[in-house]
Structure formats: structure tokens, C-alpha cells
Design a protein around this ligand. Structure first.
Ligand code: AMP
Length: 132
């Protein structure tokens, strides 16, 4: 897609620190990492988010992620990954990507709820009404 920053990176029109590539995916370091080594696993084909990803692509991305976890562990002594995919309101770049955030310490990332939350009972009441 013409005005997509990740398409431009994949084409080589914008520089990046590439760490892996195959027929289906391109992986490069996030320019604004949460921990040392955060990278983005990006399908070469321009699709918006996980809704548009084929089963084949998701399985492939999962295998790439597993392989990268081992490499991070060996090279950086990381202990696990936090895996994030933003879609909708939280997605800044509208080209499907999965963040791999290598973890080193328990508290190197924190997800903080920024407003008051409902109780679990209230949430579950809606789920019981609407989901089942
Ligand atoms: P998201 O909010 O999930 O769409 O995240 C987009 C991510 O892309 C952010 O973590 C950005 O730091 C990252 N990003 C944006 N532009 C670049 C770039 N040119 N090279 C590497 N990472 C980028």
C-alpha cells in the first residue's frame, strides 16, 4: 500500500534494523522499544489486523515468534516475551504487526488501567447477557 510506513520498510524505501525475513514476514526492531530488543513481526502482504490474517499466516507467525524467543534468550538472556497486537483504537500503524517484547525483569513493563473499572461481577453480568 502506497502510503503505509511498514510497506515502505518492507520495500526497502525506509531504513530499518531487520532481524528476520522470509516469504511471508518481515521482522525489524521497533524504533521506540519498551525493552531492549523489542521487534515487530509484520506480514509482507498489507493487511489491517488479525481479522484479515489467514490461518496459514497466523501459524507461520507463531512459529517465527517461537524461534525468535529462543534467539533472544540465547543472545540477550531474556526470560520470556510479552506478545502484543493492537487493533482498532490502539493501533497506530494500520498494517498488521505483532510486538515481541523480550522480558528481563518482572517489572520492566507495566500495563496500567487509566480509569476506574467495573467489578468483575458487573462485567460478567454483561457477558452472560450478551455472549451466551
Ligand atoms: P501500534 O501502536 O501497535 O500500531 O505500534 C506501532 C509501532 O510501530 C510502535 O511501537 C512504533 O514505535 C513502531 N514504529 C513506527 N514507525 C517505525 C519505524 N519507522 N521503524 C520501526 N518501528 C516503527
Amino acid at each position: 500500500m502506497e502510503d503505509c510506513i511498514f510497506c515502505k520498510i518492507i520495500k526497502g524505501d525506509i531504513p530499518c534494523k531487520k532481524i528476520y525475513e522470509d516469504d511471508l514476514v518481515y521482522v525489524f526492531l521497533d524504533i521506540n522499544p519498551h525493552t531492549n530488543g523489542e521487534c515487530l513481526v509484520v506480514p509482507k502482504k498489507h493487511i489491517l489486523d488479525f481479522h484479515d490474517a489467514s490461518d496459514e499466516l497466523m501459524i507461520h507467525m507463531n512459529n517465527v515468534i517461537k524461534d525468535l524467543e529462543i534467539k533472544y534468550h540465547l543472545a540477550f538472556k531474556s526470560d520470556g516475551l510479552t506478545i502484543i497486537h493492537n487493533s482498532g483504537i490502539g493501533q497506530e500503524v494500520k498494517h498488521f504487526h505483532i510486538h515481541l517484547i523480550p522480558r528481563y525483569e518482572l517489572r520492566d513493563i507495566t500495563l496500567i488501567a487509566e480509569r476506574e473499572l467495573k467489578t468483575l461481577d458487573e462485567v460478567y453480568e454483561t457477558i452472560e447477557k450478551e455472549f451466551f
